[in-house]
Every structure is written in structure tokens, then in C-alpha cells.
Ligand binder design. Structure first.
Ligand SMILES: C[S@@+](CC[C@H](N)C(=O)[O-])C[C@H]1O[C@@H](n2cnc3c(N)ncnc32)[C@H](O)[C@@H]1O
Length: 363
């Protein structure tokens, strides 16, 4: 994908004029992603006209998270400090970071593995999924790293590329809204896409607002991570306290105005994606990314979905329409479409019920 020259503003996905505010980039860089077409196939043809799309369909496409509103000073300080103290390797061509004992990224990743027991996320290797995938945090080489393109630690090198060739955004049912399907087969354990947006504080997500419904938790008082950073050998001593304070907060990613295809992922009671948080370019909140990983082999044409969490479903999805469970059941037995029944379905599908899901990833 061609990257936008730095002096050009990112493209807006559709012809909607919105009040633009200055984008504060989080280093290493901010680049615009490709604009994907939205296919609307509602029975009411008039609603398929772009001019009749809901406001939530329009956003500015970004490839990294940017700073948003209502962040505490602790979080913005940590992000600024992180920008001044990146962790990025200069291993050079032909070197695979994991085999280089002096590689800063490999040192960080190996410590995450040793101390938090999370295996490294490696290029073209399936991520080994765990019951609490959201809480498993790792470190990967980023686009700014000076290692070869096939460096083993470039485990996320595919997730921002060629979204127009990989995904389709479509709408077949108005209540469900736009969803994402994959155009290509995805093998189990593959990092599929990231969830990009503005990094915001809780107060940016007013109760009942669209922002509340679309934003995901990036930081959630991550005690294990804080403990790890306090002992991390690769982190300068004067950064430990500000980073630990920031990770003790709750911070969200709001994809409404600035985001990527991840914002259209739908909820499913039998999801095919899991969330994991991965650092790139440093270990401040600004370097942390939410990444979706395939929890099974996914065929071309399948809907991509994750479990929004019980409280989100109870508060915002009156009738779950996930094609994987509820729509199928619905065809057989209309009663299955109640919240109580959905909970029963979730309880039945033990293989997909995870401790991490008892909580909501949204607000
Ligand atoms: C984060 S948004 C997902 C993108 C949204 N579909 C759109 O068009 O912008 C979450 C909203 O999508 C809809 N949605 C997602 N999954 C659903 C499901 N399984 N059943 C019913 N509605 C769903 C609900 O309206 C929910 O509040």
C-alpha cells in the first residue's frame, strides 16, 4: 500500500464534511489507510444510497491510533515520554531480530514471554491463543524498525496492508448495520486487523452516545503489565513510574471519527476473532495496539466477528442477529432471540466462553 506523504491530510472515507480538529500523531507516524467501499444491500433501495447512510458510516481512515479527548495528564505524559523514548531496532537487512541478541525489540519480546508467559507474535506463525487473550500482551517490531521485511518479529506486518483486497464491508440488515466479511481464507492464529481510533478517556464516551457503543478498552488498570514494567530491564528507570501510573487508568479507543475497518466488526455469540494487545515502537499507551486474531480457520466470505461481552449485549443488542448462532437458531425457534436465550446459548458454547468475556470490552 502506498503511504500518504506526511504533509498531506488523511482522506475522508466518504463525502461527509465534519468538523476537523488537529490530529495529534502518536509516533512513529500517522498515515491514512485505504478507503473501502461500503456495500449496502437493504430491501428498501432508497437506504442504499450513500446520501442516506447513517452518520456512523463516515470516518477518516487512519493506520495508527491518535490522541483524542479527555485523557488524564498521566496518560498524555506517558504517551509523550514514550514518543521521546521509542523501542525500535536497527538490526539492518538480512537480520532476523529474534536471532539477534542485541535487538532491542527481541529483548523486549523475550521479556514479555519470560515474565508474563506470553509467546512472541512471530511473522507467518500462528499465534497460540489462550482463554484470556485480551490480557496477553506482547511486543512486535513495527514499520519503523530497520530490520529485514522478513524479520521473524514482524508478526504484525500484514495487518494494515491491502484491506481493500482482504475485506468487504456490507449491510444486509438495517438493525445489524454494516459488517465485515473476509474475501480470503484466514488460517487460525493469524493476526487479521487492528482496531484503530482516537485514544480517549472515559468522559469522551457519554452514556448512550455512538462513541460509547463503538469504543473499545485499550487500557484497563493492567496490574500484571504494571508489575512487569516495574521490573523490565529494557525500560529506563525514570519511565517506570509514569508508565505504571498511565496503565493503572482506563482508556478507550474511539473509532467513530478516525478509525479503520475494525469499527465495523459485528458481535457474535460464536466469534471467529479474539482481541490481543500488542506494543509496537515502545511500551507507552500510545504504542499499544488492539489486534484481532483468528481463533479458527475462517473461509472466504465469512462474517468476521468477536464477542462484545455480556454487558454490551444486554445493554445495546436487544435481538442478537449473529449469523453464526442466533440467526440459525432463530430460523428454527423464534424464542431463541431473547437476551435470556442468548445467554443460554453462550453458556452452552463452552468452547467459546472465556473468562475474559464476562466483562465487556466496551464501556
Ligand atoms: C461497534 S458497532 C458495529 C458496526 C455497526 N454495525 C455499523 O454499521 O456501524 C455495534 C453495533 O452494531 C450492531 N450489531 C453488531 N453486532 C450485532 C449483532 N450480532 N446483532 C445485532 N446487532 C448487531 C448493533 O447495532 C451494535 O450496537
Amino acid at each position: 500500500m502506498k503511504l500518504r506523504p506526511r504533509n498531506q491530510p488523511p482522506r475522508v472515507s466518504r463525502a461527509k464534511t465534519m468538523k476537523q480538529k488537529a490530529i495529534v500523531p502518536i509516533k512513529p507516524t500517522i498515515v491514512a489507510g485505504k478507503t473501502l467501499p461500503l456495500f449496502s444491500r437493504l430491501k428498501d433501495f432508497g437506504k442504499n444510497l450513500v446520501s442516506n447512510f447513517p452518520g456512523t458510516a463516515f470516518f477518516t481512515s487512519i493506520l495508527v491510533n491518535i490522541l483524542g479527548d479527555y485523557l488524564s495528564k498521566a496518560v498524555t505524559d506517558a504517551i509523550n515520554l514514550g514518543n521521546q523514548n521509542p523501542i525500535c531496532c536497527s538490526c539492518g537487512p538480512g537480520v532476523s531480530c529474534m536471532e539477534n541478541p542485541n535487538c532491542a525489540c527481541a529483548i523486549a519480546s523475550k521479556q514479555f514471554q519470560k515474565e508474563l508467559n506470553v509467546p512472541p507474535v512471530l511473522r507467518k506463525k500462528a499465534v497460540k491463543l489462550d482463554e484470556n487473550q485480551y490480557w496477553r500482551i506482547q511486543f512486535c517490531c513495527g514499520p519503523k524498525c530497520q530490520c529485514s521485511d522478513d524479520c521473524s518479529l514482524k508478526g504484525l506486518d500484514e495487518i494494515d496492508k491491502d484491506h481493500d483486497q482482504k475485506f468487504e464491508i456490507y449491510r444486509e440488515e438495517e438493525r445489524m448495520g454494516f459488517c465485515v466479511s473476509t474475501k480470503k481464507y484466514i488460517a487460525k492464529g493469524t493476526p487479521v486487523m487492528s482496531f484503530n481510533g482516537e485514544i480517549v478517556g472515559k468522559r469522551a464516551l457519554k452514556k448512550g452516545s455512538d462513541a460509547e457503543q463503538y469504543s473499545l478498552r485499550l487500557i484497563d488498570q493492567d496490574q500484571a503489565l504494571i508489575k512487569f514494567l516495574k521490573n523490565a530491564k529494557f525500560l529506563a528507570k525514570d519511565l517506570v513510574r509514569p508508565f505504571a501510573t498511565a496503565f493503572d487508568r482506563v482508556v478507550f479507543i474511539n473509532p467513530l471519527k478516525y478509525g479503520n475497518v475494525g469499527r465495523f466488526l459485528s458481535h457474535s455469540c460464536r466469534p471467529n476473532l479474539e482481541m490481543m494487545r500488542i506494543f509496537q515502537g515502545g511500551v507507552s499507551p500510545g504504542h499499544m495496539r488492539i489486534v484481532f486474531i483468528a481463533n479458527r480457520n475462517i473461509k472466504a466470505g465469512e462474517n468476521l466477528c468477536f464477542d462484545y461481552g455480556e454487558s454490551y449485549v444486554e445493554n445495546h443488542i436487544e435481538n442478537c442477529m449473529c449469523p453464526e448462532v442466533c440467526m440459525k437458531k432463530n430460523n428454527k425457534e423464534s424464542k431463541m432471540n431473547t437476551v435470556g436465550a442468548q445467554r443460554a446459548v453462550r453458556n452452552q458454547t463452552q468452547e467459546t466462553s472465556m473468562m475474559g468475556r464476562l466483562r465487556s470490552f466496551f464501556r
